[in-house]
Write a protein that binds this ligand. Structure first.
Ligand SMILES: NC(=O)c1ccc[n+]([C@@H]2O[C@H](COP(=O)([O-])OP(=O)(O)OC[C@H]3O[C@@H](n4cnc5c(N)ncnc54)[C@H](O)[C@@H]3O)[C@@H](O)[C@H]2O)c1
Length: 253
C-alpha cells in the first residue's frame, strides 16, 4: 500500500515499539498521529516526524474518536497500529494465599484489550469511509499481543489473558472488515529492548537476550516497525498472528 497522501495512527507512539513505528511509517510518507497519554513524549516524537500529537487515553472511547478524527482530517486513514499497553506481575494467589487483585486484572484488560478495541473499531469506521485503493483495499489494522498470549509465565495471568484476547480478536475482526477491504493482523513480540526493559540492569538484559533461540539478543523496536511496514506493504497478509521473537519459547519463569 502506498502511504504518501495517507494518514496513520499509532497508539503508544511516544515510546518503544510505537515510537519506532511512527518513524517508519512517516519515513514512507504517511502523516502520523501519535496517540499517547505521555504528553511530552507524544509531542517530541510527533515533532520529529512532522506529525500530530494526540494526548489522550486509549481506554476512553471519546479520546479515541478524537484521535481517529484528527488522523482522518489530515488525509485518508489507511493504517492503525495499536501499541499502547503494559504488563502486570501477580500470581493467582500470592505467598500469603491472597487471591489476585481484581482491580489490577481489570486495569490490564481495560488498557490492553478495551484500548485496542476502541481504536480498532473507530479506525475501521473511518477507513471504511475512504475511497478504496487498488483491489478494493482501504486500510490495515495492526494490533500488538505478546508471546505471553501463548507462553504465559508465572505471574502473567492478567497480561496473558489480555494478550490472548488481542489474538482472539484478529480473525473475527479480519472477517468482519473483509467486506470493506480492511486487513487485520496481530504481532506477538518476544523480548524487545524498549524503555520497559531498559530499567533492568545490563546483566539481566544480557541474560534475557541469551535466552532467545537465535539471534541471542533482545529485539530492536526498529525490527517491530519493519514488520508493520512489511504487513502494510504485503496485501496478501491478513487475519494472522505473527510471532516476532527470534524463536523464543518462554519458560514457566
Ligand atoms: N517490549 C517488549 O518486550 C514487549 C514484548 C511483548 C509485547 N509488548 C507489547 O508491545 C506494546 C508496546 O510495548 P513497549 O515495550 O513499546 O512499551 P512502552 O512502555 O515503551 O510504550 C508504551 C506506550 O503506551 C503508552 N500508554 C500506556 N497506557 C496508555 C493509555 N491508557 N493511553 C494511551 N497511551 C498509553 C505509554 O505512555 C507508552 O508511551 C505493549 O502492548 C506491550 O505489551 C512489548
Amino acid at each position: 500500500m502506498e502511504l504518501t497522501n495517507s494518514s496513520a495512527i499509532v497508539t503508544g507512539g511516544a515510546s518503544g515499539l510505537g515510537a519506532a513505528t511512527v518513524r517508519a511509517l512517516a519515513e514512507r510518507g504517511a502523516r502520523v498521529v501519535v496517540f499517547d497519554r505521555n504528553e511530552s513524549g507524544a509531542k517530541q516524537v510527533a515533532a520529529e516526524v512532522d506529525g500530530h500529537a494526540h494526548v489522550g487515553d486509549v481506554t476512553d472511547p471519546e479520546d479515541c474518536q478524537r484521535a481517529v478524527d484528527a488522523a482522518a482530517e489530515a488525509a485518508p486513514l489507511r493504517v492503525a497500529v495499536n501499541c499502547a499497553g503494559t504488563g502486570w506481575a501477580e500470581r493467582v494467589i500470592n505467598r500469603e494465599g491472597k487471591p489476585h487483585d481484581l482491580r489490577a486484572f481489570e486495569f490490564i484488560m481495560r488498557l490492553n484489550v478495551i484500548g485496542t478495541f476502541n481504536v480498532m473499531t473507530r479506525a475501521a469506521a473511518a477507513m471504511a469511509r475512504t475511497e478504496p485503493l487498488e483491489d478494493g483495499e482501504r486500510g490495515v489494522i495492526v494490533n500488538t499481543a505478546s508471546v505471553a498470549a501463548f507462553d504465559g509465565q508465572i505471574g502473567q495471568l492478567a497480561y496473558s489473558a489480555s494478550k490472548g484476547a488481542v489474538v482472539g480478536m484478529t480473525l473475527p475482526a479480519a472477517r468482519d472488515l473483509s467486506v470493506v477491504g480492511i486487513r487485520v493482523l496481530t504481532i506477538a513480540p518476544g523480548l524487545f529492548d524498549t524503555p520497559l526493559l531498559a530499567t533492568l540492569p545490563e546483566e539481566q538484559r544480557r541474560a534475557l537476550g541469551a535466552s532467545v533461540l537465535f539471534p541471542k539478543v533482545l529485539g530492536r523496536p526498529a525490527q517491530y516497525a519493519q514488520l508493520v511496514v512489511d504487513i502494510v506493504g504485503n496485501r496478501y497478509l491478513n487475519a494472522e498472528v505473527i510471532r516476532l521473537d527470534g524463536g523464543i519459547r518462554m519458560p514457566p519463569r
